[in-house]
Design a binder for this molecule. Structure first.
Ligand SMILES: Cc1cc2nc3c(=O)[nH]c(=O)nc-3n(C[C@H](O)[C@H](O)[C@H](O)COP(=O)(O)O)c2cc1C
Ligand SMILES: Nc1ncnc2c1ncn2[C@@H]1O[C@H](COP(=O)(O)OP(=O)(O)OP(=O)(O)O)[C@@H](O)[C@H]1O
Length: 204
């Protein structure tokens, strides 16, 4: 078996096309799918297995910070999806982050989230949503059971973040950046295999 391959099929949907009666959801741009993201997604998948409902990773394309011209992505969408798929969720939902989407209110976003039946939502404490970033975890928690995760730190005790990885790369510290992005050996390959299964499924 390929290391990291969970044996499950990961399905990809576009927001609006998917309705689920129940799920465990985690949400974010997940740029790079670094070790903090991996821990968050893996925890959400663990809870979904325990609750016997599908695990769904809700992400955005383009990344909001890229759409707002604040940063360039660490990796293209295909790599992001493959790295998420390698962690073994049942669904990856991609929301097209258009200007109209970014203008949606926090309440409108919560209504869309409701369509996938969140039994739990897993995010970090800094998660924001809705026009002007008006929505926060307190608002999310009023709508759905919300689990707020403490940030994963690196060996030096600093928060692992996409911004920090970008800064490390810009400073020529590629090794340190790669360490924060590290995942199980073969996991990226396994994710690609799962995605290709998914594409074959769609074309069958
Ligand atoms: C419906 C919606 C509207 C958003 N509008 C804005 C916005 O106006 N300005 C902004 O900087 N970010 C906006 N965002 C992006 C969020 O602040 C945030 O980046 C996104 O939910 C992903 O979370 P993450 O940054 O923790 O990965 C919006 C997000 C959503 C879901
Ligand atoms: N180190 C971390 N540990 C646990 N959760 C994290 C960590 N970093 C981000 N998250 C969570 O992952 C989700 C996606 O976060 P996001 O894509 O903004 O990552 P980020 O690394 O914080 O990016 P940026 O540096 O651009 O702000 C959010 O719910 C966020 O709180």
């Amino acid at each position: 078996m390929v290391p990291g391959y969970q044996g499950a099929r990961v399905r990809i949907a576009v927001e609006g096309d998917l309705r689920l009666p129940a799920s465990v959801v985690t949400i974010g741009g997940f740029d790079g799918v670094h070790r903090g993201h991996q821990a968050l997604i893996t925890a959400a998948i663990g809870r979904a297995r325990r609750l016997k409902v599908p695990a769904l990773v809700w992400t955005f394309d383009p990344l909001p910070k890229v759409a707002f011209g604040k940063a360039r992505p660490l990796a293209p969408l295909g790599e992001r999806l493959a790295r998420i798929a390698a962690l073994g969720p049942d669904w990856i939902l991609v929301a097209p982050f258009t200007a109209a989407y970014a203008a949606r209110s926090a309440a409108t976003f919560l209504a869309a989230l409701g369509q996938v039946g969140p039994r739990e939502v897993h995010v970090g404490g800094d998660f924001r949503f809705g026009a002007g970033q008006a929505g926060n975890v307190a608002m999310l928690a009023r709508a759905f059971p919300t689990i707020v995760h403490a940030p994963v730190l690196c060996a030096a005790g600093q928060v692992v973040s996409s911004s920090r990885i970008r800064a490390l790369r810009e400073a020529g510290q590629d090794g340190a950046a790669a360490e924060l992005l590290r995942s199980e050996a073969g996991a990226f390959l396994a994710g690609l295999i799962m995605l290709s299964h998914d594409l074959q499924g769609h074309h069958a």
